[in-house]
Design a protein. Structure first.
Length: 300
């Protein structure tokens, strides 16, 4: 319950900050023109080329709109609930990453408002959500529930990458890399529906890389409770290999008591095994079978 409350508070804080960044319409369109010309100067593929492929099928366009509207938040929420329930240590790592990413995105929204390509006449793209449905946005001038001039960075792409990376990190199946399909599909959807530029996804990934670098990743799956057992096994292995073990001592140079007890027990087991291996064994006599002696004696 505490985690749900924390996530809800963080989400409301982000929505409030995003709405507070609303109202810079002129600056948002100036930034949109700059982004569009920068992508053309870099010879990136045009966003309208992806939309042209999408508009060939009305059903596919509706699926893309539904994916944009109904997959982003539910998929992320289910991912966080599953991580908290099954992978608690990794959950805290993922939560820190998402908080850092969302906070950085909010700063970018405040500093650089950006109109999406569906509002930019120069891009020549249409609002697929308004034409085909479903749409999550109202008219730009009357929509008080969302800031439509906060296209950069794309948190749809950023959160999708977090979900994929988190599932890959906790999975051991060789097919785990297929989770990367989720952010790839999300990227094509947000670009094809004219809600984001390519650069929005690039900026999201850059911010995400910094968030992963700042967040402390959990230790390997070996629990702290097994640490002493591993040290005892290490003592056994180093003794068998003929070299003296190097135990981890405390700050005063003395071995902790519980580690010393495990080390003594491991040495005693090691000595008992070598003693048992050195004991002489009685030679096993072969069973005598009648007639075998006569069969081996030469005939007189």
């Amino acid at each position: 319950m505490k985690e749900l409350t924390l996530v809800a508070v963080l989400f409301l804080a982000y929505k409030s900050g995003r709405l507070a960044a609303d109202g810079h319409v002129e600056r948002a369109f100036e930034t949109a023109h700059d982004v569009w010309h920068l992508e053309r100067m870099l010879r990136w593929p045009s966003e309208d080329a992806v939309q042209d492929l999408l508009l060939r099928s009305a059903g596919l366009t509706e699926m893309a709109n539904s994916y944009y509207a109904w997959v982003h938040f539910p998929a992320t929420g289910l991912f966080l609930v599953w991580m908290y329930w099954r992978k608690r240590r990794h959950y805290y790592w993922v939560r820190r990453v998402m908080v850092l990413l969302t906070a950085a995105a909010l700063v970018v929204h405040l500093v650089a408002p950006l109109a999406p390509p569906r509002m930019l006449a120069e891009a020549g793209m249409v609002d697929t959500g308004r034409i085909f449905g479903p749409s999550v946005y109202g008219a730009p001038g009357t929509d008080s529930m969302a800031n439509q001039y906060a296209a950069m960075p794309s948190l749809h792409v950023g959160w999708a990458v977090v979900v994929a990376v988190g599932l890959i990190a906790v999975s051991r199946c060789r097919w785990r890399w297929l989770w990367l399909i989720h952010p790839l599909v999300t990227l094509l959807v947000v670009v094809g529906t004219a809600n984001h530029y390519w650069l929005d996804a690039v900026v999201a990934c850059v911010l995400l890389a910094g968030s992963f670098g700042l967040a402390v990743r959990p230790r390997p799956d070996a629990a702290a409770g097994r640490k002493g057992d591993r040290e005892a096994v290490d003592v056994m292995d180093t003794s068998v290999q003929g070299r003296a073990p190097e135990p981890a001592t405390g700050g005063g140079g003395r071995l902790p008591r519980r580690h010393a007890h495990r080390m003594v027990a491991a040495r005693l087991r090691y000595a008992a095994w070598w003693t048992w291996a050195a004991l002489p064994r009685p030679r096993r006599r072969s069973a005598w079978r009648p007639g075998s002696l006569q069969a081996r004696m030469p005939d007189e």
